[in-house]
Design a protein around this ligand. Structure first.
Ligand SMILES: Nc1ncnc2c1ncn2[C@@H]1O[C@H](COP(=O)(O)OP(=O)(O)O)[C@@H](O)[C@H]1O
Ligand SMILES: O=P(O)(O)OC[C@H]1O[C@H](OP(=O)(O)OP(=O)(O)O)[C@H](O)[C@@H]1O
Length: 197
């Protein structure tokens, strides 16, 4: 993890957290479509060392060596490792936050304490999904091997996100229901910005 001094940007980072298959990308995609044209809301495009051929969220791909070089050159605002992959949120995100914008990123539960230190106004969001629904959705997504799915399900049980300011969105129903709840949260954050401005 790149160590930087904490800052208190004018904007707000909304981070979507939750086990593999819980619907992080689904609600982010729904909000991106719904809020298209809103220049104050940045949907952060992650850099991931995942094979570009693997169907996943729309991310930039680097191999490990290139990721490390980019990290050392200051290309990332925040990085972490999970599932044998490296993930980076590009430093352009900090520029957007410094201007008072809202940034939305898919993040890692394991890094929540570090992320909060670095972004004190962080708004963490998580998705609640029953374990059997989760398992079925990861399998149906067809992105991981059986061993990888088993590892992801094990990891799903390791984190209890016990933080008082956490927004929990139920995603056991239709994706639009969770998607709309997420858009409402973004609108609330946006209204808070306007009230302060
Ligand atoms: N509410 C839902 N109902 C049915 N399928 C869903 C729902 N939410 C997500 N999915 C599906 O479950 C799979 C995992 O969702 P995804 O958004 O990729 O999760 P994550 O980003 O948290 O790993 C995807 O195939 C997605 O289309
Ligand atoms: O610490 P955790 O909360 O377990 O998260 C670990 C990683 O898993 C997810 O990535 P990825 O998009 O590769 O996996 P997913 O789509 O299966 O969640 C998430 O965005 C983190 O990068």
């Amino acid at each position: 993890m790149a160590e930087r001094s904490p800052r208190d940007p004018a904007g707000t980072l909304i981070v979507v957290l939750g086990p593999s298959g819980s619907g992080k990308d689904t609600i982010i995609d729904f909000a991106r479509e719904t809020l298209r044209g809103r220049s104050d809301v940045l949907f952060v495009r992650r850099v991931v060392t995942r094979d570009a051929a693997v169907q996943a969220e729309d991310h930039d791909t680097l191999d490990e060596a290139a990721f490390l070089a980019a990290e050392q050159a200051g290309a990332f605002a925040f990085t972490w490792k999970a599932h044998g992959l490296s993930y980076g949120l590009p430093s352009s995100m900090d520029g957007h936050l410094a201007l008072g914008g809202i940034a939305i990123a898919n993040g890692s539960r394991a890094t929540l304490p570090d992320l909060r230190r670095r972004y004190p106004t962080l708004v963490p969001v998580t998705l609640a999904v029953a374990p059997d629904v989760l398992a079925a959705r990861i399998a149906a997504r067809g992105r991981e091997s059986e061993a990888e799915i088993a590892a992801r399900l094990q990891r799903a049980e390791r984190f209890a996100l016990d933080t008082p300011d956490l927004t929990i969105i139920d995603n056991n129903g239709a994706p639009e229901i969770a998607g709309r709840a997420f858009v409402r949260l973004i609108e609330q954050v946006s209204a808070r910005h306007h009230a302060i401005a």
